[in-house]
Design a binder for this molecule. Structure first.
Ligand code: FES
Length: 331
């Protein structure tokens, strides 16, 4: 799927944004404009770490615009020491003039309304989808604030751009070697009920924000995961021991199969000969989404909002499983 819909792009420029964070500016090789990408959009990028298989990585488009087309997309890549080599390969190998394959932009982290009141909460490189949202909010004259949590200031990518937008609306919190905590609870307590909250960062931060915003209006708190590779892998690994088998029923094709512990629903669908779309296989890109017709789900994706998890309608078979004995999907 990715191979058919991807395009070849050339690195037009690179820029060191912060410690261990590099920005890559990517443009079509033929010079044509790229597909429109609204704030919060991301693209799949094919990475080819040495000695490993080619993989797809998801990066937010940091110059995404609410309207109009772009000549180039900018992405920011943080080097991950514990990752699977994709970010190190980009840092060490990719230079101006290098060519890469890029998927179409997708938006799973949409800005509700640029002009509406908003609190953006960024953890580290999680600032990347929030930067274009903050730009859109500033351009619309919205009442916005951005809380930016970093381990050290030298790691704060795009800090200058944010301060230039409106320094009074940006709160930089440096946790430092002693892991100094920010009182997010009190910041969130002061928000009006019509303010939308957008959070992107490590799992721990997002979990804390989830808990602190549990009483807010459904649909007003939005999350995007990044670097889910390691985190999701760990979670999946931890959960694998507790996995149980169940029956998978595919309503349209009339097929049935057992999903054993340790195999994903997506793998079983593929073993049944169904060419089902997929990309990240980590529950973050949404390309494998399928509708649930019957059965209780154990959602392990990073996409659904809390209220959607209760509904058991949308399902991501690359990571999610069945909470009962049988699951029927619209396939
Ligand atoms: S393949 Fe990306 S969410 Fe399933």
């Amino acid at each position: 799927m990715f191979e058919q819909r991807s395009i070849e792009v050339e690195v037009r420029a690179t820029r060191a944004l912060a410690r261990d964070v590099v920005e890559f500016e990517l443009a079509r090789v033929d010079g044509a404009p790229l597909e429109p990408a609204a704030p919060g959009s991301h693209v799949d990028l094919r990475v080819e770490p040495p000695g490993g298989l080619a993989q797809l990585r998801q990066y937010s488009i940091t110059n995404a615009l609410a309207r109009g087309r772009l000549d180039s997309y900018r992405i920011a890549v943080a080097r991950s020491a514990q990752g699977r080599g994709g970010s190190a390969w980009l840092h060490d190998t990719i230079r101006k003039g290098s060519r890469l394959r890029l998927g179409q932009p997708r938006q799973l982290f949409a800005q509700h309304e640029a002009a509406g009141a908003a609190l953006f909460i960024a953890g580290g490189i999680g600032v990347t989808p929030l930067l274009p949202m903050a730009r859109a909010a500033a351009a619309a004259g919205a009442d916005w604030r951005l809380v930016y949590l970093v381990r050290s200031e030298e790691r704060a990518a795009y800090l200058d751009e944010l301060l230039e937008l409106d320094a009074r609306r940006v709160l930089l919190h440096v946790s430092g070697p002693r892991d100094r905590r920010l009182d997010l609870a009190s910041i969130l307590r002061q928000l009006g009920q019509d303010t939308h909250v957008y959070c992107c960062g490590p799992q721990g931060l997002m979990q804390a924000v989830r808990e602190l915003t549990a009483g807010r209006a459904p649909g007003s708190v939005h999350f995007e995961s990044f670097g889910a590779g390691e985190a999701a892998g760990e979670a999946a690994g931890a959960a694998a021991g507790a996995d149980h088998g169940f029956e998978l029923r595919l309503a349209r094709s009339g097929l049935r199969a057992a999903v054993p512990p340790g195999s994903s629903v997506l793998e079983v669908i593929e073993q049944l000969g169904i060419a089902h779309p997929s990309s990240c296989r980590e529950g973050i890109c949404a390309s494998c989404e399928v509708r649930v017709l019957d059965g209780r789900c154990e959602h392990r994706d990073q996409i659904l909002e809390p209220h959607e998890r209760q509904q058991d309608e949308r399902f991501f078979p690359c990571v999610s499983r069945c909470a009962g004995d049988s699951l029927t999907l619209d396939l």
